[in-house]
Design a protein around this ligand. Structure first.
Ligand SMILES: N[C@@H](CCC(=O)N[C@@H](CS)C(=O)NCC(=O)O)C(=O)O
Length: 317
């Protein structure tokens, strides 16, 4: 079953159950497998009643998915098997619907989509078990359009529920799944956060004008200034000093892509954007960012293919 895709090969399944290590029950479970000629390891340790992630999936192609607390080893194996089995290549029109198991959360995504990245950041940060199905956005599978008639990613599916629009998906995940809370409980603070997210649409608009037509550079900088000022008041993250919040994850994808605009004259200087520059450095350290990001060169290659009318959704796979 694991060999369904030629690039993926299961090497071995590891499972240890060691009683009485330091007087507590200790379990280690994991998978060793090969994806695109790279050796991968993923696993969990269980320590009394607590489950810890032992290794992250490290592959850049499928390793963007990681697991949260899973108390049953069997369930974990099933999930990892599904993952290894599931290709990250984009599904096209005419393809068969990949069956979704009961209780499994799925995200329909496109690897280079900044909106989908918003929600993937939340999935990663909160360690929410899920599977990822990438869709070809120029040749959308019929079953994808049945679920989201707008044909946009991200879209979430679990059992009979379908959710789309990136910010709504992220909020839903934060509301429903345990882990770090990314939304303040105070209604006023929550409203202030939503304002920052909604009005970031202006920055996005300017971003694409600069990228496509070399216009709007000053407007882009002006719209960013407000975010620098807000950080000065809030601290290290938009969520305050210690932890990121939904605002950080909703904004980040475009900051990851700003280096592409350097050739259009965009430079965020210390003099103009001292707080945003520190924030960018901090964000790059987050495991969720590391797990979902592409480097400048890969983004550039995708954009070139996109502009040529032939987007390479599977670039690097
Ligand atoms: N407002 C949507 C925008 C999502 C979006 O535009 N996604 C793009 C990919 S980056 C897409 O699915 N495009 C397909 C299409 O426009 O047909 C959200 O926040 O989720």
């Amino acid at each position: 079953m694991v060999n369904e895709y030629s690039t993926t090969k299961l090497v071995t399944l590891l499972c240890f159950h060691i009683d009485k290590v330091f007087d507590i029950k200790y379990y280690v479970a994991g998978l060793l497998y090969i994806v695109n000629n790279k050796l991968m390891l993923s696993g969990y340790s269980r320590y009394g009643s607590k489950v810890n992630k032992l290794y992250r999936l490290v592959d850049s192609n499928i390793g963007r998915i990681c697991f949260g607390d899973i108390s049953e080893g069997q369930f974990m194996f099933k999930q990892v098997f599904n993952l290894v089995k599931m290709s990250q290549k984009s599904y096209v029109a005419g393809s068969a619907y990949p069956p979704l198991e009961n209780g499994v959360l799925r995200i329909y995504s496109m690897r280079f989509c900044p909106y989908a990245q918003r929600t993937r950041l939340v999935l990663q940060h909160k360690n929410i078990p899920h599977e990822n199905v990438n869709v070809h956005l120029l040749k959308k599978p019929e079953w994808f359009l049945e679920r989201n008639p707008f044909g946009l990613v991200p879209t979430l599916e679990i059992n009979d529920k379908v959710i789309y629009e990136s910010n709504i998906c992220s909020q839903y995940l934060d509301d429903v799944y345990p882990g770090d809370k990314l939304t303040p409980s105070d209604p006023y603070q929550k409203a202030r956060d939503q304002m920052l997210i909604d009005t970031f649409g202006k920055v996005i608009g300017h971003y694409y004008k600069v990228a496509r037509h070399g216009e709007d550079l000053e407007d882009l900088k002006k719209s960013l200034k407000r975010y620098d000022e807000e950080l000065a008041k809030r601290g290290k993250y938009f969520g305050g000093n210690d932890k990121p919040c939904l605002v950080d994850f909703a904004l980040w994808p475009w900051f990851e892509r700003f280096p592409l605009l350097e050739e259009n004259g965009l430079k965020l200087t210390e003099a103009e954007f001292p707080n945003l520059l520190v924030w960018i450095k901090t964000m790059y350290q987050l495991p969720a960012v590391k797990a979902t990001m592409f480097d400048k060169e890969s983004h550039k290659r995708f954009v070139i293919s996109y502009r040529a009318g032939n987007p390479d959704y599977d670039f690097g796979l």
